[in-house]
Design a binder for this molecule. Structure first.
Ligand code: ADP
Ligand code: MG
Length: 402
């Protein structure tokens, strides 16, 4: 697969770069600029090669469908890429950085054509176009007609075959124009590949978060690749119930009990043996550590100390660890101990290659001060899970390499 490094001199070339600037916003304010910062190496390398760099990204969600124009305008105002522009400018002080409030046609074309070498143009939110998420061929053709090259650097969107991640490179490749992976993509692919095809064992996965049904495909895939799967979080109660345990008021996906039972035959599933329970998540008046069955009036919100010790036994000898999903409601101090302990245990094992693939898990590691101690923190939650599920394949990667 072609990489940015391998591209030669790009003077006079117009390059479309699909970045992931889908940053969390608080009104017009950026809460975390990590995604913008992560794209800088690729942007700077292209500029150094003399290119005219045009950045495309989605921002938030625009729900098309049966809503009126006023509603769409409201959603567009909420997800305006113009809010990202000032930070991008600040991060690239040595370059001319422009913004165009258009997403197709003549207005966009003129803005691209008026760029000089080593200039950057940030384009309005790709999801202002209804055709983006549908991989609309007319939209892809309109975008592709402006460019000599395409660079994919939006790992967080690589699991989606949209116009800006798939349609455009598909057209440009057919026209014999170079399509390459950016530095962020290269790093993600290299690191996650070790979780897709482990080159060392024991390979331990830690899965938490909310729903079993969301994670069935990744559990199936991990059961084939891993030596152990440590289950925590709200999804553990479905597994415990399947074993015949009482889980009190904890959430159970009744329709997944049979699936959970099938997983046990692998002998690889490790479940919590004690639970931090309470009568309410938001205003608990009782918090108890319960071993075994959870009483009727209580609900589980975190794994208990004995479970932490049990997890540690597996974590300490692991050579590769993939972690997705907090093992408790880490957002609340009362229920954060389990997730903190998982961070501590993983990062204390200096001999293992450790990867976080999950937005909330990454946020937890960051909040507790462990993020930099992991071997790799993926920028794409959904994308990293799908990459494992699909044995290393994602539409946004495959289209570059096809
Ligand atoms: P990720 O984003 O890392 O993939 P998920 O989105 O699957 O993780 O799950 C994260 C959410 O799961 C968190 O908001 C956390 O509060 C919640 N969670 C974890 N354990 C529990 C539990 N026992 N009860 C309720 N919610 C839980
Ligand atoms: Mg999440």
């Amino acid at each position: 697969m072609l990489t940015v490094e391998q591209l030669g001199n790009l003077t006079g070339k117009k390059v479309m770069v699909r970045v992931d600037f889908n940053v969390p916003l608080n009104g017009k304010e950026i809460r975390d600029d990590n995604r913008i910062v992560s794209a800088l190496p690729t942007i700077k390398a292209l500029l150094e090669k003399g290119a005219r760099v045009v950045l495309f990204s989605h921002l938030g969600k625009i729900k098309w469908g049966k809503v009126d124009d006023a509603e769409i305008e409201k959603q567009k105002a909420k997800n305006n890429m113009e809010y990202v522009y000032p930070r991008l400018k600040e991060l690239l002080p040595e370059y001319e950085v422009k913004f165009i409030n258009a997403t197709h046609g003549t207005e966009l074309k003129e803005a691209i054509d008026s760029l000089s070498d080593k200039e950057v143009l940030l384009v309005q939110n790709t999801r202002y176009e209804k055709g983006e998420s549908k991989n609309d061929p007319a939209l892809s053709a309109d975008w592709a007609s402006n460019f000599d090259l395409f660079v994919m650097d939006a790992f967080g969107s690589a699991h989606r075959a949209h116009a800006s991640t798939y349609g455009v490179p598909e057209i440009l490749k057919k026209e014999g124009k170079p399509c390459a992976l950016g530095f962020l993509m290269e790093k993600e692919v290299k690191n996650l590949s070790r979780c897709v095809k482990p080159d060392a064992h024991p390979y331990v996965a830690i899965l938490g978060g909310f729903k079993v049904s969301d994670k069935i495909k990744v559990i199936d895939s991990l059961l084939k690749k891993c030596d152990k799967i440590l289950i925590g979080g709200a999804m553990s109660y479905t597994f415990l119930k399947a074993l015949g345990k009482n889980v009190g008021n904890s959430p159970v996906e009744e329709d997944q009990l049979e699936y959970a039972n099938k997983c046990f035959s692998s002998g690889k599933i490790i479940l919590p043996i004690d639970t931090v329970c309470a009568d309410s998540m938001d205003e608990p008046s009782v918090i108890e550590i319960v071993e075994g069955d959870i009483p009727e009036a209580l609900e589980g919100f975190d794994v208990g100390p004995k479970t932490i010790e049990l997890y540690k036994e597996s974590i300490k000898d692991a050579k590769i660890i993939f972690w997705n999903g907090p093992v408790g409601v880490f957002e609340k101090e009362e229920f954060a101990k389990g997730t903190k302990a998982v961070c501590e245990a993983i990062t204390s094992n200096k001999k293992c290659f450790s990867v976080i693939g999950g937005g909330d898990s990454a946020a937890a590691a960051k909040q507790f001060g462990y993020a930099s101690k992991f071997s790799h923190v993926s920028t794409g939650g959904g994308a990293s899970l799908e990459m494992i599920e699909n044995d290393g394949h994602l539409p946004g990667i495959d289209v570059i390499g096809e």
